[in-house]
Design a protein around this ligand. Structure first.
Ligand SMILES: C[S@@+](CC[C@H](N)C(=O)[O-])C[C@H]1O[C@@H](n2cnc3c(N)ncnc32)[C@H](O)[C@@H]1O
Length: 288
């Protein structure tokens, strides 16, 4: 068990043993989860000794950088929901944790924020640097599962972490570290895959119960060929909220987002699916 402010850093070996690894799995389109044919993958081809996020995004960082700014799942669903929770940022110090190719970092700097950003995937860091050139954005390579030791304590007003925490097995140390770098009263906004959605989907559930943290892999079909093999963690909702509150964050608002109305015209099937049940959960918490 991880307790206290001292980070009990977990080795990758421990992390891999700690979660149930599910497989073989099927092709998944990140945008339209059930529309692509099955492509079975043997567990031998997974990457248990690599950080799942880095191994996954190294395969298609360029394609993500090109498509995520306009992809309906991001542009007309997750990003507007996350931005609505973040509010105005002009004049604030903002940390973009798991920044990917810097889409949000550039947007926030354009609105007058001073941005610190980091990502674990070297290709993403390079793409973020290119996108944010000339803007007030400092970009580092860093791991959400390790101490953010290049960041001073009490140095940021807002932390945004969009769609990156799914790749971290143990959230408690990460939320504690976010607490350390945040100023009193700071806001943390994050989005993640909705735990119930991933459990209802038999491909991501495997043979596990809802209550087990599960490491699973899927071929994502929504970013072109070759389909990247993406591994992530699914965990119970209570584990997310309890880790957050125990780290000193008070939950302020929870969104199970609805798609933007414009999605109906560009991607009617996805709109219909997301209007029935959420794919993501977005949370705003205040540093106590
Ligand atoms: C779905 S992308 C989201 C990127 C960006 N936040 C956005 O909304 O466009 C997930 C990102 O999380 C990053 N990531 C995965 N595991 C990470 C970790 N342990 N530490 C930091 N970043 C991580 C990946 O490299 C990838 O860039």
């Amino acid at each position: 068990m991880i307790t206290g402010v001292a980070f009990a850093w977990l080795s990758l070996g421990q992390a891999v043993q700690g979660a149930a690894l599910v497989g073989p799995c099927e092709t998944m389109d990140n945008s339209v989860p059930n529309r692509y044919p099955t492509a079975l993958m043997s567990t031998d081809e997974k990457t248990p000794n690599e950080l799942p996020g880095r191994a996954s995004y190294t395969q298609f960082a360029d394609r993500y950088a090109e498509q995520a700014p306009v992809k309906p799942h991001n542009a007309l669903y997750e990003r507007p929901a996350t931005r609505s929770l973040l509010g105005a940022v002009a004049g604030l110090d903002v940390l973009d944790a798991g920044c990917g190719p810097g889409i949000l970092s550039a947007e926030l700097a354009g609105e007058g924020a001073r941005v610190q950003a980091f990502d674990v995937t070297p290709a993403m860091v390079q793409l973020a640097k290119a996108r944010c050139a000339g803007l007030a954005v400092d970009i580092a390579q860093g791991d959400l599962g390790r101490p953010l030791d290049w960041l001073a304590s009490g140095s940021v007003d807002r932390i945004v972490c969009s769609l990156a925490l799914d790749y971290v097995e143990h959230l408690a140390p990460t939320f504690q570290e976010f607490h350390r770098v945040a100023r009193p009263g700071a806001l943390l906004v994050f989005s993640m895959s909705h735990p119930m959605r991933d459990w209802i989907d038999t491909r991501t559930r495997g043979s596990r119960t809802y209550f087990e943290t599960t490491r699973f892999g899927l071929h994502w079909g929504g970013f072109g060929e070759p389909k990247p093999w993406v591994e992530a963690f699914r965990r119970p909702l209570a584990d997310i909220f309890n880790a957050l509150m125990e780290a000193g964050w008070a939950i302020d608002r929870v969104l199970e987002p609805m798609p933007q109305p414009e999605m109906k015209a560009v991607s009617p099937a996805l709109h219909a699916e997301l209007a029935q049940a959420p794919a993501f959960i977005c949370v705003r918490a205040r540093r106590v």
